[in-house]
Design a protein around this ligand. Structure first.
Ligand SMILES: Nc1ncnc2c1ncn2[C@@H]1O[C@H](COP(=O)(O)OP(=O)(O)OP(=O)(O)O)[C@@H](O)[C@H]1O
Length: 435
């Protein structure tokens, strides 16, 4: 295609769904690189024709020595286009075994998931898609991985869209040159130790000598795989119907009776739908084997990257807070306190709170407690009765004074509490995620 302005704008309108754009909040994931700078400019030009609420988000990973310059550059172009820009500066990353690249990507998507927008636009293009397909092929992925980068998908209640997925890098380059745009170059894009760069600079050009249309062909394969994946997801939901409880969650003992190939498909689909990254077919196989062999009252735990999968009470529970830092003990204060498994809202007179000497701290193991009007027991037992899963109980929030337990979320005041200090405490747990 010729990359003139009109073409790119009409391409974008088609890709984003022309008639439903008006008045919507559209946010650009802006790295500062050429592709997303082009995307920002095209959307800004579209805004002149159609009322959209345009914004941008840049994630500063702090990995490159130039990270601060990139963030400053993003702020500068956004200011020049009158587009509000949010810079999300992340704490240093721990690669948790999956490599720094993956950890950075996961952290980035977590930021995107929280952005206030209807559409979150990313600037991936056909070449990115071909590279991703090959990367996934070389790590033994199935149809889901080979469907690399769908043009659009749901992300936490909004739509993640890739309006440039049918265009090539050179289409965007031509447009950027014609518009005399400037952008930042990420020096790590030249580093051949990164597998993606190796594919981009060495493997794909070599294949292209014999197969000149390789990028387009791979993108077409990805498209077909996308269709297969959609069909497999439909099949999974049909098979899942036979083993769901009244809330649509899998009864694992019934799921285990499905033919193995169908059981795997259902599990993969449900984990995917819940946003769990499945590291490899082997890990999934290990989970399937343990679940199939488990007795109905057994407890099984398998770790998938940042998520823990627990079999408990014949259901599969996901623990996304598994690696979250343990909340530290701190003095009680007025307001909302973020906790691993929810939020605690504290309302009361600031001076009375300060005088109370109360400290917020996890309940820990083996504590005994007597909630008002109930028998004294261990907190573990009391929380078990409330349906709080075993892995959550030790990190459950409580209020302490002088080392004595006074209040426990979900159980209320008791134990050493002689006075509630006029406090109103509301515990808002994160809904359980059970697939
Ligand atoms: N740090 C970031 N902040 C915001 N969005 C990002 C960031 N990194 C990547 N993205 C989004 O993801 C897309 C693909 O990322 P990738 O790492 O392939 O791009 P890039 O080479 O860094 O930059 P570009 O694609 O803009 O040239 C980008 O086009 C952009 O939309």
């Amino acid at each position: 295609m010729t990359a003139d302005v009109k073409n790119l704008i009409s391409h974008l309108q088609t890709a984003l769904g022309d008639d439903c754009l008006t008045g919507r909040k559209v946010c650009v994931a802006l790295s500062g690189g050429m592709d997303s700078v082009v995307l920002l400019h095209v959307l800004a030009q579209l805004r002149a024709q159609q009322p959209i609420e345009l914004s941008a988000v840049h994630v500063n990973h702090g990995i490159s020595p130039h990270a601060a310059d990139w963030a400053a550059f993003c702020l500068k172009i956004c200011r020049s286009l009158d587009v509000p820009c949010q810079i999300a500066t992340l704490p240093p990353l721990e690669s948790a075994g999956g490599g720094l690249e993956r950890a950075a990507r996961e952290a980035r998507y977590a930021v995107f998931a929280r952005v206030d927008a209807d559409l979150l636009c990313m600037a991936h293009h056909k070449n990115d898609r071909a590279e991703t397909l090959l990367l996934n092929l070389f790590r033994g992925a199935g149809p889901q991985g080979l469907a690399a980068m769908p043009g659009s998908r749901c992300l936490n209640g909004k739509q993640l869209v890739r309006p440039f997925i049918d265009l090539t890098r050179s289409d965007l380059q031509a447009w950027a040159n014609a518009q005399r745009l400037s952008w930042v170059e990420d020096e790590s894009n030249q580093n051949l130790h990164f597998r993606r760069n190796y594919l981009r600079h060495v493997v794909l050009p070599a294949i292209g000598q014999q197969f000149p249309a390789i990028t387009t062909v791979l993108a077409r394969t990805a498209e077909q795989m996308q269709e297969q994946t959609t069909l497999l997801a439909r099949l999974a939901e049909i098979d899942a119907k036979d083993c769901e409880d009244e809330h649509g969650r899998l009864r694992i003992s019934q799921w285990a009776l499905l033919p193995p190939i169908a059981a795997r498909n259902v599990l993969k689909h449900r984990l995917n739908r819940a946003g769990v990254h499945i590291p490899s077919a082997r890990r999934l196989e290990a989970l399937v084997a343990q679940l199939v062999d488990a007795r109905q009252d057994a407890e099984v735990f398998v770790r998938f990257g940042q998520t823990g999968c627990h079999l408990w009470r014949d259901r599969l529970w996901l623990d996304h807070a598994m690696n979250a830092p343990q909340p530290q003990a701190h003095k009680l204060s007025d307001g909302v306190i973020d906790w691993a498994d929810g939020q605690l809202e504290v309302q009361g007179d600031a001076q009375a709170i300060a005088r109370s000497g109360l400290v917020v701290r996890a309940v820990g193991q083996g504590q005994r407690f007597q909630p008002a009007g109930r028998c004294r027991s261990t907190v573990t037992e009391l929380l078990r009765e409330q349906g709080v899963p075993p892995w959550v109980r030790p990190r459950w929030p409580a209020l302490w004074r002088d080392g004595q337990l006074c209040w426990v979320a979900g159980l209320g005041w008791g134990g050493a509490a002689d006075d509630t200090h006029g406090l109103a405490l509301t515990w808002m747990p994160t809904p359980d995620q059970i697939i």
